[in-house]
Write a protein that binds this ligand. Sequence first.
Ligand SMILES: Cc1cc2nc3c(=O)[nH]c(=O)nc-3n(C[C@H](O)[C@H](O)[C@H](O)COP(=O)(O)O)c2cc1C
Length: 180
Amino acid sequence: MNELTRWLRDQPSLIGTPPPLDAAELPADPHELFDTWIRHASLAGVAEPRATTLATADAGGRPDARTLILKGVDTDGWQFAGPRSSAKGAQLAENPAAALNFWWQPVMQAVRVRGTVNEAAPEESASDISGSPAGALIEPGEWVLWRLIPERIEFWQGSPDRRHIRIVYTRRGDSWTRES
Ligand SMILES: Cc1cc2nc3c(=O)[nH]c(=O)nc-3n(C[C@H](O)[C@H](O)[C@H](O)COP(=O)(O)O)c2cc1C
């Protein structure tokens, strides 16, 4: 085992403090639970709770992932934005499937979202970048606001005794089913 591997194996994990979670009190709509969890993460000291990992894949199914900012959540989907000419832009154009992953260390919570991705109307994409310093530098049509339409949303909460909790919502049409 090399030095780095030894060092990695010595690092602590799951050292946060999860909040109490009452399985009998879970909302029917996962977006309500996400609202509760991300605000709680912020209050618990997560400096950038809306930072998320976006996973995409190219046409051949080769995966990729990067960090970006969740810009909004509404009934149409989970919003994020970036340049059309980026790797994510090319991958989403050829394979409009994606996943988001949030991890909030101090509260031992993670949220995972899978679905298909739509490009927002050009005016919405333009208004996402307008007013920002980058807005003036970017060519018209280059900045894109995307929406991930979720099919599955998983809430995971770690526990110091390793009895971790996983709550999975799956969508059928307009309604959500909770699996656990
Ligand atoms: C905290 C954080 C927030 C970021 N937010 C965004 C974002 O909202 N949009 C974006 O395009 N890139 C954002 N980036 C940069 C991306 O991680 C990535 O480097 C860039 O989008 C190029 O990725 P791609 O080549 O896979 O398309 C952010 C990076 C970090 C660390």
